[in-house]
Structure formats: structure tokens, C-alpha cells
Design a protein around this ligand. Structure first.
Ligand code: ZN
Ligand code: ZN
Length: 252
């Protein structure tokens, strides 16, 4: 199908076995090429020091990771943690070696956002924390993209519409606009919704298309994201495009 957006061939959020993905870089890049993707990024989980239990790329393994990513013909990215104090798990020195840095909140107030049914005792305070922490992270100057915005922990998901008010969303989007951070439309998690994307376009915030694939079968699974952009009337100028690291980067 013809694609005025030129967005069907883009996937800027892919994991490999360097972190918690189920395919090697070669497997995932192979899937991207078979699917005819024109632009794709490998974005494994990254923390500056490898203190965590989970498998992640750390500063010590960064050179090996980046050379494997470049060798596979992918853009060089990482997905970093946004910690409870709003700081992203990457230094400016490591960031300078990337085409793109995606930041995601995956854990807050002891609740993990995936596969954790822990009840959230004060839902309004919890979503307010998400807003504050995400805004601090966007103000750090270390992020290019905010991952899967409006995704909530399992216990709160059925109430997303009620909890995430238009004011909540506008505030988050304003911070993205002020700090030149793009919002992600997530193919696998199917967030955010069309209203949120329209609000991003109104405020001049670019949208990053990513599958968040963790296995080769999900690479390029971006139909939800592309559908949102079409429905919202987005043009090619509304798409987030990484600045290749070799061409220099930074906002200063
Ligand atoms: Zn994530
Ligand atoms: Zn991810």
C-alpha cells in the first residue's frame, strides 16, 4: 500500500539478546531486512554500570555492542531507565556515541510496569509521580524519545482513561515540546491513543515509531503506530528521525 507518511519502513525500538530480546543482533537485523525496513534501530536496555539483575548493556560492554549494531546496518540506540528521581541511566559521554536514546519508566514506587499485578494504593498520586519523573528525565537533555508514554502498571491499566486526564497529558507533551524530546508510538504496547498523538502534533512534538520487538517475529510490527499517525493526519515532517552520531549531535 502506498504510504504518504513513508512510515511503514521505520522501526526505531528493537531489543536483542544483548539485553532481554530473544534474537541476536544478526537475527533481528535479518528480520528487519526481510521486512524491507528502510530505517531501523537496535535499542537494547542500557545502564551505565551493570548493577542490575537483568541482562543489560553497560558502559563496559558499550564498544562491543555498538560495533555489532553498526556492523548489522542498524542505527545505534539504547533504551535507558528513568530512575525514581527522574535521572536517565546514561551519561552524556555514552549518549554522544548514539544515534538515539530512548528513555522509559519501567519501575516506580516499587511497582514494575510489566507482569507485576501489585495493587497501587494511591492511583492518582502514582500517575502524578509518572508525570513528574518523566518531565525531569526530559529536562535532563539526555533523551531523544520518551518510550511508550501512557503505559501503566497492570493494576491501573483498566483505569488509564480516567487517570490520565487531558491536563496530565498536555503537561507531559508540553515538556517534550520545550525540551525537543519525541514521543514514541509503540507498536507492540499500542500506546498512546489518537488524542495524545493529535495533541503532540499541535504542540510540535515529533512521533517516534517503534515496535519494541523482543523477538524476530515482532520486528517492524508498527501497524498500530502508523495507523495512529495516519488517523491524526500526520505528515513526514511529524516523524522523529535520529541524527546520525557521525554527523555530530547535541542541542548546544
Ligand atoms: Zn521500555
Ligand atoms: Zn523496549
Amino acid at each position: 500500500m502506498a504510504d504518504r507518511l513513508g512510515a511503514s519502513g521505520i522501526d526505531l525500538h528493537i531489543h536483542t539478546s544483548f539485553s532481554d530480546g530473544k534474537g541476536s543482533i544478526e537475527d533481528m537485523a535479518g528480520a528487519a531486512k526481510r521486512r524491507g525496513l528502510a530505517l531501523f534501530a537496535i535499542t537494547d536496555h542500557y545502564e551505565e554500570s551493570s548493577g542490575s539483575q537483568q541482562r543489560k548493556v553497560s558502559r563496559a560492554g558499550l564498544a562491543e555492542y555498538l560495533s555489532a549494531v553498526s556492523g548489522a546496518g542498524a542505527l545505534r540506540g539504547v533504551e535507558v531507565e528513568i530512575y525514581e528521581d527522574g535521572s536517565p541511566s546514561i551519561s552524556s559521554g555514552a549518549r554522544a556515541q548514539m544515534d538515539l536514546v530512548i528513555g522509559g519508566i519501567h519501575r516506580l514506587r516499587g511497582v514494575v510496569f510489566w507482569d507485576d499485578p501489585t495493587p497501587v494504593l494511591d492511583p492518582r498520586a502514582f500517575v502524578e509521580s509518572i508525570r513528574i519523573v518523566a518531565i525531569r528525565a526530559m529536562e535532563s537533555g539526555l533523551l531523544d524519545v520518551l518510550a511508550h508514554p501512557t503505559w501503566l502498571p497492570e493494576d491501573l491499566r483498566p483505569e488509564s482513561k480516567r487517570l490520565l486526564t487531558p491536563d496530565w497529558a498536555r503537561s507531559l507533551i508540553r515538556a517534550a515540546s520545550d525540551n525537543g524530546v519525541a514521543m514514541e508510538a509503540s507498536g507492540v504496547w499500542r500506546v498512546p491513543d489518537e488524542w495524545f498523538v493529535r495533541e503532540c502534533l499541535k504542540q510540535g512534538v515529533k512521533i517516534s515509531i517503534g515496535s519494541d520487538a523482543h523477538d524476530p517475529g515482532s520486528v517492524g510490527r508498527t501497524a498500530y503506530a502508523v495507523g495512529l499517525l495516519r488517523a491524526a493526519g500526520a505528515g513526514p515532517e511529524d516523524l522523529f528521525m535520529p541524527t546520525p552520531w557521525g554527523l555530530g549531535r547535541g542541542r548546544s
